[in-house]
Design a protein around this ligand. Structure first.
Ligand code: ADP
Ligand code: DP6
Length: 333
């Protein structure tokens, strides 16, 4: 029996990943940049054993159906092939993040799976190689290997497409991200399907691709110079452009709800009234607001007085993936 455990934190992209050049290898169309967060994470244990005749996948203590298990099995095949093993595994995972609600469970979930499975089979991967492996499960997972800011450099092959840490002068510690959870139900269109439809059909997709390199360069410069307003502006612009592409897809779609638009409007208003804050959104209706830590309480106060029905979660920069000792207690198992 070979067991491994890992804890990985979600990340939210400031410069979005949206579209794949290679769907099998998960090579993206554009590079992206994210902030790993402390508030949402996944803990996973993988046990490979000679006694098993198939893979089994438990998520939040529930045995998953064959569709969910096949995804995990395909990922384990990559790890088995690297380790030259043919053992089946039991995967037990606990999401401390709503699953498939646009709150990045795929990032923490697949990063934790990569960490736990590779530790179980003693692959001893360097961070960039663990990032490449996690990428094969879900693109955004490759950034959750690192704490703080990470850049997924698109590359053009399995070898060259991976995330790296972004030099930051510890700017991440000056930041907060407030999640306005307007709806944490499972979304209708997964990021995977949404981005593919957009690549294939959106009249705006080329426009999206053209502006990413300059947005990314601007974001990295703003991070190293600790220039909050420039980072906020480019973050908000990247999200708006990404979501713009979905409106020109065929059939068109949007992840925004009336509540999302209300929150985005409020952020603009607060900013006009002198509170610097900027929003971003992913493949779901929830809005994430970037604010300087020194203004976190002022923003929370404004949000809770004006959006009293909404659920707010405060996040700060989170740590890198943690490979846990074999005897580490995992709360739910
Ligand atoms: P999200 O916005 O939560 O990232 P996605 O639709 O992009 O939503 O991804 C959700 C998918 O990620 C799930 O359907 C499942 O396949 C995978 N996933 C989420 N959590 C885990 C986990 N803990 N272990 C393995 N796979 C997971
Ligand atoms: C909007 O990483 O979930 O959150 O690679 O198909 O698993 P797959 O997609 P996923 O997409 C994330 C899209 C996004 C933007 C981002 O995180 O960069």
């Amino acid at each position: 029996m070979f067991s491994g455990k890992a804890r990985a934190y979600t990340n939210i992209a400031l410069i979005k990943y949206w579209g794949k050049e290679d769907q099998e290898l998960i090579i993206p169309m554009n590079s992206s940049l994210s902030l790993t967060l402390d508030a949402f994470y996944t803990e996973t244990q993988v046990i490979f054993s000679e006694d098993l005749t198939e893979d089994r996948f438990y998520l939040d203590n529930q045995l998953q159906d064959s569709k969910a298990t096949v995804k995990v099995s395909r990922f384990l095949d990559l790890v088995r092939s690297q380790a030259r093993s043919s053992l089946y595994a039991v995967v037990k995972s606990q999401n401390f993040v709503p699953t498939a609600a646009g709150l990045a469970s795929s990032a923490s979930g697949l990063a934790a799976l990569a960490g736990a499975a590779s530790a179980a089979l003693k692959l001893d991967l360097a961070p960039e190689d663990l990032s490449r492996l996690a990428r094969r499960g879900s693109g955004s997972a490759c950034r959750s290997i690192y704490g703080g800011f990470a850049e997924w450099q698109k590359g053009n092959s399995d070898q060259t497409s991976r995330a790296v840490k972004v030099p930051s002068n510890n700017f991440e510690n000056d930041l907060s991200m407030i999640f306005v959870v307007v709806n944490d139900a499972k979304k209708d269109i997964s990021s995977r399907d949404g981005m593919q439809r957009t690549v294939e059909t959106s009249a705006f997709y080329d426009g999206w691709l053209q502006t990413v390199p300059q947005d990314l360069a601007r974001a990295k410069k703003a991070i190293i110079e600790k220039d909050f307003n420039t980072l906020g502006k480019v973050t908000e612009a990247s999200a708006l452009k990404m979501h713009g592409t979905t409106l020109a897809a065929n059939p068109p779609f949007t992840y925004w709800s009336a509540e999302s638009m209300q929150v985005m409007d409020l952020v603009r208003q607060l900013r006009n009234n002198g509170l610097p804050c900027y929003f971003t959104m992913d493949a779901g209706p929830n809005v994430k607001i970037l604010v300087e830590r020194k203004n976190e309480n002022a923003l929370l106060h404004a949000l809770s007085s004006q959006l009293n029905y909404q659920h707010l979660v405060v996040a700060h920069a989170g740590p890198a993936i943690e490979i846990l000792p074999e005897d580490a207690p995992l709360p739910s198992f």
